[in-house]
Design a protein around this ligand. Structure first.
Ligand code: SAM
Length: 236
């Protein structure tokens, strides 16, 4: 019997009940306690990444690909900071919301270019490729393929986040709260940091900065990787 693959399930989810749920979580309106905790945790992840860009102080005019951009939570502040942002997402509804929010926040000034695309279909070259809280929707093998593809698009740096397997028990317990009931379910996959790092190294990157967000219901490990110096290969 044919099974629906993870990507189709995720796409359908984020075009339907997942869209309503996450648009609220990633917004400013009233939400329940669990959703508020997730909203605050996610904002911390976004702030960590924005803090890295701010510390580097060279964002003006740089090209950033925000793969799986959701409602634009990262794309919009990056554009406000002067980056040339291309945001894309597999969900047309999320992209529509990102476009609306960007226009509200930015007017016509330096709007990100948004498109509906599976991140594995993205092409082009960008200074930095960012992919936040997307790998959680895919098993390790698929996540490694995605990291490889995203790496091929980046000239300077890749930043990604994932749900670390070390907090597996807590997260698995809580994930039921984000996606209750089988009809609303998308699976949440946890990734071992060493597997994610190995996928990055195989693509020619070394981890330079790390962050961790941990609230009661939200966990996200954040890695920034840069190109290995010429002639240096990753340890076996
Ligand atoms: N990165 C955004 C953020 O941190 O605000 C959104 C995170 S949200 C939990 C996950 C997003 O990944 C959803 O908008 C979903 O549609 C998108 N997504 C999932 N699989 C994708 C894929 N294969 N290609 C592009 N986007 C994808």
């Amino acid at each position: 019997m044919a099974t629906i693959d993870d990507k189709t399930i995720v796409q359908n989810y984020f075009n339907a009940e997942g869209f309503d749920r996450w648009r609220r979580i990633y917004g400013g309106g009233e939400v329940n306690k669990v959703q508020l905790d997730i909203r605050e945790g996610h904002q911390q992840t976004v702030d960590t990444v924005l803090g890295w860009f701010r510390a580097d102080n060279n964002l003006e005019g740089r090209t950033i690909c925000d793969a799986g951009c959701g409602v634009g939570s990262l794309s919009i502040p990056l554009a406000q900071m002067g980056a040339k942002v291309s945001g894309s997402d597999i969900s047309a509804k999320m992209v529509g919301e990102a476009e609306d929010r960007a226009k509200q926040a930015l007017g016509e000034a330096n709007l990100p270019q948004f498109s509906v695309q599976d991140l594995e279909q993205l092409s082009g070259q960008y200074d930095t490729v960012v992919c936040l809280d997307v790998l959680i929707h895919y098993p390790q093998e698929k996540a490694a393929e995605m990291i490889k593809h995203l790496s091929s698009l980046a000239t300077n740096r890749v930043i990604l986040s994932f749900a670390p397997k070390t907090v597996a028990y807590t997260l698995l317990k809580k994930v039921g709260d984000f996606f209750p009931g089988p009809s609303k379910a998308t699976r949440a996959y946890l990734h071992r940091e060493q597997d994610v790092v190995a996928a990055l190294q195989a693509a020619g990157w070394q981890v330079e900065r790390t962050g961790m967000t941990k609230t009661s219901f939200y966990f996200s490990r954040i890695l920034e990787a840069k190109r290995l110096p010429e002639g240096v290969t990753a340890p076996a």
